[in-house]
Design a protein around this ligand. Structure first.
Ligand code: ADP
Ligand code: ASP
Ligand code: MG
Length: 407
């Protein structure tokens, strides 16, 4: 069982979490619980690091930001104990949950589940601090924002759990973010593949790597709400390896990501090798490039190249290109961070034509200008002005017939 930030926001909410855990224990299950920090706490800790020094040591950042989960795991163990349930908290290093050395965005390398399994034998519930691990040099590492989901799935795989239930503040995975589209529908079941696409395209209900691990280790996931009555197992969305009803729906969801920034190079020589001169240095600087558009040149001599990078890498991308001004020989370097990527997702797209045309027409009719487009077999993404995010998501949600039907 994994509980996110809003589910453990204060001691009262932690009592409610304990009631969900108690239900599963009483049903005869062996339970490991992964908790996030209290809502807002990790943001507060990140801000403290920035205040201390805008550019800071990633190892010390991890030492600071991992602490929110230490608090909630201890508190949940205390509350469970007062209810007569034997419980013990575990920090990442105590398990240990080993990661690589990529502080701030570490990947889990290995989990030793033996101590927890041994304690299960004694009737103990394990409460694990999510988001954190132990680096090869025995320092605390963190898995990247939203990483507690990944702790939970990795642990479920290591313990060979029957289920991994992700409790959050919505009662499942919806056709789009229910916070911005009221008519979004809850999906009773979706495939790992589709969930992976949704998460990678911005649906933050699950951390991307948690879905990758669920797919790899065949862990069935259930997303449900901790705000449901703790006396009964809540309904939710089941995410499994099965591709269900692939023929039924062409488009199953709409996602958006604000974590995009646009970079444009004006008047770049239209000659062989230019893309390499632009993207080579970015790759060397470890900057992820996502959407790429190269215009057809008007005069056959120069062209424009537009692409996107994550917001957090925007400044570095601009600086890297500026350094290469002489080699690339562009006339102007332009950047814009007021952009959003909106995506239409569905495995059924593989076998249907005209899906993209529908999106372009609908956006055009609402006068939403498209700055860049990318597609794959199962998704179409467009980059637009961030001011139009909600309008675009709502428009696409209804044009593909995803709105809830009123009864
Ligand atoms: P937690 O703190 O429990 O990890 P998150 O805030 O990370 O919770 O994720 C839950 C949020 O994800 C919801 O409140 C919702 O606004 C958002 N979300 C975005 N896309 C979707 C979607 N397709 N279905 C459900 N929730 C979504
Ligand atoms: N507390 C961490 C964060 O806010 C991890 C998580 O909640 O999943 O990013
Ligand atoms: Mg989350």
């Amino acid at each position: 069982m994994k509980f996110g930030g809003t589910s453990v926001a204060d001691v009262d909410r932690i009592r409610n979490v304990a009631a969900h855990v108690a239900r599963e224990v009483k049903a005869g299950n062996e339970v490991a619980v992964v908790v996030s920090a209290m809502a807002g706490e990790t943001n507060r800790l990140v801000a403290l690091c920035r205040e201390a020094a805008p550019l800071h040591d990633a190892r010390e950042y991890d030492a600071v930001v991992s602490s929110g989960e230490n608090v909630t795991s201890g508190l949940l163990a205390i509350v469970l104990q007062t209810m007569g349930i034997e419980a013990r908290s575990w920090q990442g290093w105590q398990i240990p949950m080993r990661t690589n050395e990529a502080h701030g965005a570490a990947r889990i390398a290995d989990i030793d589940g033996s101590q927890i399994i041994e304690r299960f034998g004694r009737g103990q519930v394990a409460v694990i601090a999510g988001f954190q691990g132990l680096s090869p040099l025995n320092r605390i590492s963190t898995l990247g924002r939203g990483g507690s989901d990944t702790t939970a799935v990795a642990l479920a795989a290591a313990l060979k759990a029957d289920r991994c239930d992700i409790y959050t503040d919505v009662d499942g995975v919806y056709t789009t973010d229910p916070r911005i589209v009221k008519s979004a529908r809850r999906l009773p079941q979706i495939s790992h593949e589709e969930m992976l696409e949704m998460a990678s395209l911005g649906a933050k209900v699950l951390h991307v790597r948690s879905v990758e691990l669920a797919m790899l280790y065949e862990v069935p996931l259930m997303v449900c709400s901790s705000f449901a009555d703790p006396a009964v197992t809540p309904p939710g969305t089941l995410i499994t390896g099965e591709n269900i009803d692939m023929e039924a729906e062409t488009v199953t969801s709409i996602a958006y990501s604000r974590d995009e920034a646009q970079v444009t190079l004006r008047d770049v020589p239209d000659a062989p090798g230019v893309a390499h001169r632009v993207f080579g240095p970015l790759a060397d600087a470890n900057i992820n490039v996502d959407m790429i558009v190269q215009n057809i040149s008007d005069d056959g001599s120069t062209t424009d190249i537009t692409f996107t990078v994550p917001q957090s890498e925007f400044d570095r991308a601009m600086a890297t290109l500026e350094e290469q001004r002489e080699t690339i020989r562009f006339a102007k370097l332009l950047g814009d961070t007021d952009v959003v990527k909106v995506s239409v997702i569905g495995v059924g797209m593989r076998s249907h034509a005209g899906v993209a045309a529908t999106a372009f027409k609908a956006l055009g009719e609402r006068s939403i200008n498209i700055r860049a487009i990318t597609t794959s077999e199962i998704k179409i993404s467009v980059l637009i002005d961030s001011a139009y995010t909600e309008l675009a998501v709502r428009t696409l949600h209804s044009v593909y017939g995803l709105d809830k039907v009123a009864h």
